[in-house]
Design a protein around this ligand. Structure first.
Ligand code: HEC
Length: 129
């Protein structure tokens, strides 16, 4: 499932800001995408053991754990908001989601396999909307 997470994230960051176009099938697609991210977040959670083995500090491990919890929560929140057609909640939860991606990758120094620059820029753009 490599890069699935990037694919879903790119879809959301391209579509969530286009508020006027958010209805019907588009909202269903956003909900589906958020649901996929929720599943992918569980795969990411598995890295906690790697970080432990690599000797990350307890503070970093706690941070990782908390960010995973936030990722789980936020993807569910976004999925639910899209199902309920609540545009304000969609916008707000996507902002939190974008920040979560960025915060975890930055703090733990996790590199993106391809186009690091793209990924670093996009959450910032999402936040501004
Ligand atoms: C809790 C920390 C954390 C959060 C939050 C997080 N990531 Fe990651 N991410 C990781 C770790 C750890 C890896 C694995 C790195 C490795 O392969 O060594 C990873 C891998 C990736 C990869 C490369 C592997 C793949 O599956 O394609 C991408 C792209 C990625 N993350 C994007 C994102 C995006 C977009 C978000 C927000 C929706 C996000 N990440 C949220 C920690 C996180």
């Amino acid at each position: 499932m490599r890069s699935g997470i990037q694919h879903e994230y790119d879809y959301l960051s391209a579509n969530v800001p286009l508020r006027a176009t958010l209805e019907g099938r588009k909202l269903d697609a956003i909900s589906t995408s958020a649901g996929r991210l929720y599943n992918l977040a569980r795969e990411t959670a598995g890295y906690e053991r790697d970080f432990q083995a690599a000797g990350k500090s307890p503070a970093d491990l706690k941070f990782f754990h908390d960010q995973i919890t936030l990722l789980n929560h936020t993807t569910q929140e976004l999925q639910d908001a899209a199902l309920r057609r609540n545009l304000d909640r969609i916008g707000a939860s996507f902002e939190v989601l974008a920040k979560t991606c960025n915060d975890c990758h930055t703090r733990l120094g996790v590199k993106m396999p391809e186009d690091d620059e793209e990924v670093k820029k996009e959450p910032a753009r999402g936040r501004r909307k």
